[in-house]
Design a protein around this ligand. Structure first.
Ligand SMILES: [Zn+2]
Length: 416
């Protein structure tokens, strides 16, 4: 006797090699059976998923949910998480060695969503740093303390976050990145590098060459490290000033185990995405990178400070819109599902716990609709495209508990 069966859906679970009609049973918060047909099995409740896609609970590898502490940046964890059909989120660089206790107490523990983080390599963490770039130099890093705190919090800290961009490089070169790499090595956690301009360049400095930054940075990356924002419209990303993907990055991704996270945010550009995908850059994971400057929060009002932010954005997006865009750009559905399930589980070193549906594991499950029609997609460079498919979250189960999609952060479909 199962508590619940989700039946008649199409199950896509890349790690388990399943793509087809499977029923999934849940008992006491865990998966209790996965079979092509459980119509004869007993269950207290049956949910019909005919015409829907059932996948392992989605994992958003790039969230900003250190609410209140990170100013306008931090969103509510459950709004980004279970209320959006996402069961696990990874805050990218919000908490630091100084503020991790608050993240655990005020975000990770009270949230229904499994809330993990990549700890900031900067003492101040992700405190609206674009406003205070001087806090992010080598003097604002304490390697020993960050290593100690990361190792003490490994249940929650799954990587190290740092920024490589020309504003920082104009002040300190790659010094902070090198310290970040030492923290990553000592903790055996991957290093996640933000690419694309974030901070203004120092007044006094010569503006560094964005392409040179990539050529100096890439050799520092090791297998399992992650480079983010491959589709950024800002300078200093994957595509060089002459319009092609840096050969050194292609080499790093294809032959040296360096991973790529979309980190959608307001960065995403259809034009840059096409160049990178055509060159063979297939992202490993698909972090949405939503924060209070690039999405409209429920209480948001007109705000000049917010609009002056380099990451202010108006094009509506979330994790499933990012999935829709990749589908529209020709990436296969199963590859896209892997980017929000098995691949992030591997990036987190948690492939034995999450990212695949297996009997006995926690029942973290996302259920999606894939609508057909004509849907308008846009990016923050002003480009508009019409997609004939739209991926939409319907509901999720987190540890077997049902959560409807109620988040105001899930954009409405726009008919084209
Ligand atoms: Zn971010």
């Amino acid at each position: 006797m199962h508590d619940m069966i989700i039946e008649n859906g199409t199950l896509i679970d890349p790690a388990a090699g399943r793509n087809g009609r499977f029923d999934v049973a849940i008992t006491q918060g865990k998966i209790s059976a996965i079979e092509p047909d459980l119509s004869k099995a007993q269950a207290s409740k049956r949910i019909d998923a005919a015409g829907q896609v059932v996948i392992p609970g989605m994992i958003d590898t790039h969230a900003h949910v250190y609410q209140y502490v990170t100013g306008k940046f931090g969103l509510n964890a459950d709004m980004v998480g279970v209320q959006s059909g996402v069961t696990t989120i990874v805050d990218q660089g919000g908490p630091s060695c100084m503020t991790i206790g608050g993240f655990r107490h005020y975000v990770a523990e009270p949230s229904t969503t499994r809330s993990l983080c990549f700890i900031s390599c900067y003492l101040v963490g992700g405190l609206e740093g674009h406003l205070y770039p001087d806090l992010y130099g080598p003097g604002g890093v304490n390697k020993e303390h960050t290593i100690k705190v990361a190792l003490e919090n490994l249940d929650m800290v799954r990587g190290i976050k740092a920024h490589a961009e020309i504003g920082g490089q104009s002040r300190w070169g790659l010094d902070v990145i090198k310290i970040g790499k030492e923290i990553s090595r000592e903790t055996k956690l991957p290093l996640y590098i933000h690419l694309g301009q974030l901070w203004p360049t120092a007044d006094s400095a010569e503006i560094p060459d964005a392409d040179e930054l990539i050529r100096e940075l890439t050799p520092l990356m090791e297998p399992g490290d992650i480079m983010a924002h491959p589709f950024t419209r800002h300078p200093g990303g994957f595509v060089s000033s002459t319009g092609e993907v840096h050969p050194i990055l292609l080499e790093a991704v294809h032959n040296h185990g360096v991973r790529v996270d979309v980190g959608h945010g307001s960065h995403f550009s259809f034009e840059v995405a096409r160049i990178a995908l055509d060159a063979g850059i297939l992202p490993h994971t698909l972090g949405a990178d939503m924060h209070g400057y690039n999405v409209t929060v429920p209480s948001g009002k007109a705000d000049g400070d917010r609009e002056a932010n380099p990451f202010f954005g108006v094009a509506p997006f979330n994790l499933t819109i990012a999935m829709t865009e990749l589908l529209h750009l020709g990436v296969g559905l199963e590859d896209i599902i892997a980017m929000v399930t098995s691949n992030p589980a591997s990036m987190l070193g948690m492939e034995d716990e999450i990212g695949s549906l297996q009997v006995g594991r926690p029942a973290d499950i996302s259920v999606l609709a894939i609508d057909s029609g004509r849907f308008l997609l846009s990016d923050n460079s002003g480009a508009e495209e019409v997609s004939d498919k739209l991926i939409r979250p319907l509901y999720c189960l987190k540890d077997g508990i049902h959560h409807d999609v109620t988040s105001p952060l899930v954009p409405e479909a726009i008919a084209a």
